[in-house]
Write a protein that binds this ligand. Structure first.
Ligand SMILES: [Fe+2]
Ligand SMILES: [Fe+2]
Length: 405
């Protein structure tokens, strides 16, 4: 845990209070923890996730391209899904992941969600990602936690009006332990309250695994990272790819936390990069850096990444690798074949979107262009087939940019 025990106790008391207040209020089965993920094409689908204290037969989302308030009969579309439970969690909560399909790309949708016979949510809205080559903008950060700094950075991220936010692992620091469910309750509340725009548009999330999602039960990923797989509907695999319009693909990887770099994941990575050959900007997101700024270059998971994945990144021209885990800010020089190459991949990190920053121990390393202990996130803008990357601090200021001009 990154917080002191004293902080933990204060947070725990707050969470219990808030949770009790929510559950004991009239209409106690009002759904909570709503967040958006993708299981399919981000231009034409959206998955609305939410929870209720006890299971109902199905979770329902009413949606339309026009607002209808809480008049559910006026919505043109309805989607529903049966609930599931997260193994190991002792309370009776139900998790619903309702996928909306056949949506219009680049469009605003209005929706309400809930379960039959109980009060539905207030009206919400989301936007699908365009797929006609118009600009796509997204945020990447990692190592978040429930520290107050996380809330401030997530709010700054939302203020950039991104199409979506990517988290590169070490999310709530619950270590896959059901006893730490309160950390997830607190984290999802921070996410829900932060990840919306001024127009009250809810911003979708894309999530990669970190070591602090897992309890080291290597029998099966769902037992090793029960909250990660139980809460985030993303197709069920620890590695997956999403394409955003014609120019951008994100490849989400598990840097050895529930599955090894090698084997099935490596085979999938190679096949996926081949399939995405015509997509000009392929970017990878994973937790443990190939090129660390704080930890040792010879850490076993860094070595495994460079041995198994880096040659594939080089062969297929991956534009950027988003790295985390070190709790610092860093940008590498463009790298290819283990050396500086202007045509190479730039590695951006190192996971400092809420946790206390660490010192740069690898200052002067041949691969580093810049590094500092600056809490931040990356804002990526893809337009006309090219990407710009801006590092933004807790005050909303851009303090690094690539390409520099
Ligand atoms: Fe971390
Ligand atoms: Fe980590």
């Amino acid at each position: 845990m990154i917080n002191s025990r004293h902080d933990d106790q204060r947070l725990m008391a707050l969470v219990l209070l808030v949770t009790a207040a929510a559950f004991l209020a009239p209409g106690c089965a009002t759904p909570y923890h709503m967040y958006l993920t993708w299981q399919g094409d981000p231009s034409t689908t959206m998955t609305v996730n939410f929870q209720t204290p006890r299971a109902a037969p199905e979770g329902i989302v009413y949606y339309d391209t026009a607002p209808h308030g809480q008049d559910f009969e006026a919505y043109r579309f309805r989607a529903a899904a049966a609930p599931h439970r997260v193994p190991g969690i002792e309370d009776k909560r139900a998790v619903y992941s309702v996928e909306l399909a056949n949506l219009e790309p680049g469009s605003t949708y209005y929706f309400i969600y809930g379960v039959e016979g109980r009060r539905f949510s207030a009206p919400q809205q989301f936007r699908t990602v365009p797929n006609d080559g118009s600009p796509v903008r997204f945020v990447v950060g990692g190592d978040v936690s429930v520290h107050p700094r996380a809330r401030r950075l997530l709010r700054q991220a939302a203020a950039t009006d991104p199409d979506f936010v990517v988290i590169g692992g070490d999310i709530a620091y619950a270590n896959g332990d059901p006893k730490n469910l309160w950390l997830w309750d607190y984290w999802l509340q921070i996410w829900r309250n932060s990840l919306r725009t001024q127009e009250k548009r809810v911003i979708p999330g894309v999530f990669a695994l970190g070591n602090h999602e897992t309890n080291d039960d290597f029998e099966e990923p769902e037992r090793n990272a029960p909250f990660f797989f139980g809460f985030f509907a993303q197709g069920g695999s620890p590695y997956f790819a999403l394409q955003f319009g014609p120019d951008l693909a994100l490849i989400m990887l598990d840097s050895g936390h529930t599955v090894p770099h090698d084997g099935a994941q490596k085979e999938w990575l190679e096949a996926t990069l081949q399939e995405l050959e015509d997509v000009p900007l392929k970017m990878a997101v994973y937790h443990v850096p190939f090129y660390p700024s704080h930890r040792g270059f010879d850490g076993s998971l860094s070595v495994a990444g460079r041995e198994h994945w880096l040659p594939l990144f080089d062969a297929h021209g991956v534009a950027a690798g988003f790295e985390h885990h070190d709790h610092t800010f860093k940008r590498t020089k463009p790298l290819r074949g283990g050396q500086v190459d202007p045509e190479g991949t730039v590695y951006l990190g190192d996971g400092c979107m809420g946790v206390p920053p660490r010192e740069i121990k690898n200052e002067g390393a041949w691969y580093l262009e810049k590094a500092s202990g600056t809490p931040h996130f990356w804002l990526v803008t893809v337009a006309d087939g090219a990407a710009t990357y801006e590092a933004i601090d807790i005050h909303g200021e851009v303090f690094d940019r690539y390409p520099e001009d």
